[in-house]
Design a protein around this ligand. Sequence first.
Ligand code: TZP
Ligand code: MG
Length: 214
Amino acid sequence: MDPSLYVILDRAAARGRDLEEILDATIAGGCRMIQLREKEWPTGRLLPLAERLRDRCRRAGVTFIVNDRVDLAVAVEADGVHLGQDDLPPRAARPLLRPGMVLGRSTHSVAQARQAKADGADYIAVGSMFPTQTKPDFELVGPELLRAVRPETKAPLVGIGGITRANVAQVIRAGADGVAVISAVCGASDPAAATREFVAAIRAERDLTRRASL
Ligand code: TZP
Ligand code: MG
């Protein structure tokens, strides 16, 4: 699992564009971890889309995660599932997953991040980093929360919420192992170019942080 740039495919954010095309573009741009986030489609409609996305990810060796739905993640043999605070808690979800499946958890406080770690989450998302229009009920915690959570765990930390190519460095500097983005890639006019720019900005900030710590 390489969460450096974790692109969340969301039909609403894609504004009618084909998610498979966006997926191929972001993989071509260097994304190594993908999530399917669909809040409205019924299961029967979602299943074939999830299978097609999983196939494309598998061919490219890219990690494929399903949002919210443990049943769907297992049914399509996804690499993992991502669960928010209103979803099944990791302790309840883990026994339902296949061995080795990745379990990610969204958190909005140090206490929630500690709980996610204690519950055995494989990575912890922290957000919202910045205001976002994608999730109207976002909780703004800022990069400060990442700074506070970083010393608590060695689990990969992923910043989420309102992250753009202009502010991604702040999130990496605060201690994130990666960033999860929806609109900045799914809504970009050129998702491959947007991905390449993110990957380059993340690498550049990591190099700076590494050099500063020597
Ligand atoms: N969880 C916290 S903020 C958010 C989610 C799913 C939305 C992120 O979308 P964007 O477009 O990258 O701000
Ligand atoms: Mg959820």
